[in-house]
Design a protein around this ligand. Structure first.
Ligand code: BDR
Ligand code: CA
Length: 314
């Protein structure tokens, strides 16, 4: 290995986004966070960019470069998810307003510049929200597409079908046109769909383990997962809330926690009932070329052991 993998986190925090960011910032041997770009999603952009900075400061990493990206999907009106994440997007813990600056440079310009400034194949994009920033960057600067090492994202579902509609997962549903551009880009992709993340449940003992970590981070994470657990418990009747986005950063650190198939995945953009669906050819029934490693299995105990260990390092 030639040092930590260089990544850009594209995100709409979101409590689970926050945990994904904390995990990355706690793991400098494996990942180097070149910057964080915020996008509108769980809550509007003014809140997601602020929340990204709150999380960096919680991690003690006020020097991370945080950029605001797109405020609305490519073609649609923004759909948000305050019903899951609360009014601020980061409801649960009481955290101070950030003092670290928001960068002047637009998130999309940051993505473009960073990919141009680094050797081809050395920067990985990690989208944790709607794909608006990434698609806009690809459309604005097609030369960067071939320079991306890999896209590792949370989004979509096949066996679990949908969470925001009966057939669509939230991140893809909010901006399906953007997702379509990204899935057709030809960049190697690793996808963490609901099929995986619904197995990463914050049960009471796992939440207790976060809370037992000395210092502010473990307590804040426990408060965050407590908050959105209320909604998911009611909805799914499960033992705890799924911790979606940290699956992305966990894969970068310990890929053997996950298993899936390299298959074709296309985005439905026009279906009357199915817009935003990730149509995944899991069974290989078409001759469409594989474009993504679509995960299905997770070693959940290993995943939570990794998270707890790494969060304790902050
Ligand atoms: C995804 O949607 C958001 O609410 C979460 O942050 C996650 O990225 C799950 O569908
Ligand atoms: Ca998210």
């Amino acid at each position: 290995m030639s040092g930590p993998r260089k990544i850009i986190i594209d995100t709409d925090p979101g409590q689970d986004d926050a945990v994904a960011i904390l995990l990355a910032l706690a793991s400098p041997d494996e990942v180097e966070v070149l910057g964080i770009t915020a996008v509108a999603g769980n809550v509007p952009l003014p809140l997601t960019q602020k929340n990204a900075r709150i999380v960096c400061e919680l991690a003690g990493k006020a020097d991370v470069s945080v950029h605001a990206g797109c405020a609305a999907p490519l073609k649609r009106k923004l759909v948000t998810a305050e019903h899951v994440h609360g009014k601020t997007g980061l409801d649960g813990p009481v955290l101070p307003d950030p003092v670290m600056p928001l960068q002047d440079e637009h998130g999309v310009d940051f993505i473009i510049r960073t990919l141009r400034d680094h050797p081809p194949g050395t920067v990985t994009l990690c989208p944790l929200g709607p794909l608006t920033n990434i698609a806009t960057a690809f459309q604005t600067a097609p030369d960067i597409v071939g320079r991306v090492q890999e896209i590792v994202l949370m989004g979509g579902a096949y066996f679990e079908v949908g969470n925001i509609t009966p057939t669509a997962e939230f991140n893809i549903y909010v901006d399906p046109e953007a997702a379509d551009i990204v899935f057709k880009s030809g960049v190697p992709m690793v996808v963490m769909p609901l099929d995986v993340t619904h197995k990463a449940l914050v049960t009471k003992p796992r939440n207790d383990a976060f809370r037992a970590i000395p210092g502010a981070v473990g307590h804040a994470v426990a408060e965050m997962t407590d908050f959105f657990e209320r909604f998911d418990r009611e909805k799914y009747g499960s033992d705890g809330a799924p911790l979606h986005d940290p699956c992305v950063t966990a894969w970068l650190i310990q890929p053997d926690l996950f298993a899936g198939r390299h298959i074709n995945v296309e985005i439905e953009t026009t279906g009357a009932l199915t817009t935003g669906m990730t149509v995944a050819d899991w069974w290989g029934v078409t001759d469409r070329a594989p474009n993504a490693t679509f995960m299905r299995e997770i070693d959940a105990d290993g995943f939570f052991a990794l998270l707890t260990d790494r969060l304790a390092r902050l």
